[in-house]
Design a protein around this ligand. Structure first.
Ligand SMILES: Cc1cc2nc3c(=O)[nH]c(=O)nc-3n(C[C@H](O)[C@H](O)[C@H](O)COP(=O)(O)O)c2cc1C
Length: 175
């Protein structure tokens, strides 16, 4: 499969650690590219609606090449730290800009990885997962996995061998 991972964290911390574990497991059988929104020049969606009349976004920045990659992927992994009970702004920016390709994102395989600094029974994980559930229903996504992890210090997830193995195995066992 052609897999695109959107990394919603700008720091080399837990989200990247989770992504690296996934890539370790999945890279043998799949082609993988990681999108780092903080390194791109992407303007916020203006809601102008022009993209609904022709192919693509009017912004002459990194929007169209980035969303093109997502539209061409077989599987999309959305990875994010929890920021204020929700996904990070970096990830939300990319998702908002996906509006310009809307229904071309239909029927994708999708996985989500969420890392927060509060225990796993916090409502934030439920809120984020529900938001992705709604997108999945709207775009007929096959939600392959939704994983939430609790880690605060940036090297905390890496120290949890069980979680590292779990994520690597998810990558390894993709169908
Ligand atoms: C702006 C900001 C907002 C945050 N908001 C929350 C929050 O609402 N709930 C929570 O559990 N952790 C929150 N955190 C903590 C991060 O989710 C946590 O440290 C996570 O491991 C960061 O992932 P990273 O290492 O990939 O950046 C916040 C951190 C930042 C910087």
């Amino acid at each position: 499969m052609n897999i695109i991972i959107v990394n919603g964290s700008a720091r080399k911390g837990n989200t990247l650690t989770a992504i690296d574990a996934f890539v370790k497991g999945a890279s043998e059988k799949n082609k993988i590219e990681i999108i780092e929104p903080d390194k791109l020049d992407i303007a916020y969606c203006k809601g102008c609606g022009a993209c609904q009349c022709y192919k693509g976004c009017v912004d002459k920045d990194d929007t169209n090449p980035t969303i093109e990659k997502i539209a061409e992927a077989d599987m999309i992994i959305f990875a994010t730290p929890v920021y204020w009970w929700g996904m990070s702004a970096q990830l939300k920016l990319i998702i908002d800009k996906c509006y310009c390709r809307g229904l071309q994102l239909n029927n994708k395989k999708v996985g989500t990885i969420v890392v927060g600094g509060s225990p796993i029974d916090s409502i934030q994980y439920e809120l984020i997962n529900k938001q992705f559930d709604c997108m999945a229903k709207y775009l007929s996504w096959n939600m392959v996995f939704q994983k939430s992890y609790y880690a605060t210090a940036k090297d905390e997830l890496a120290k949890n061998a069980d979680i590292m193995k779990e994520i690597e195995d998810i990558g390894k066992n993709l169908q």
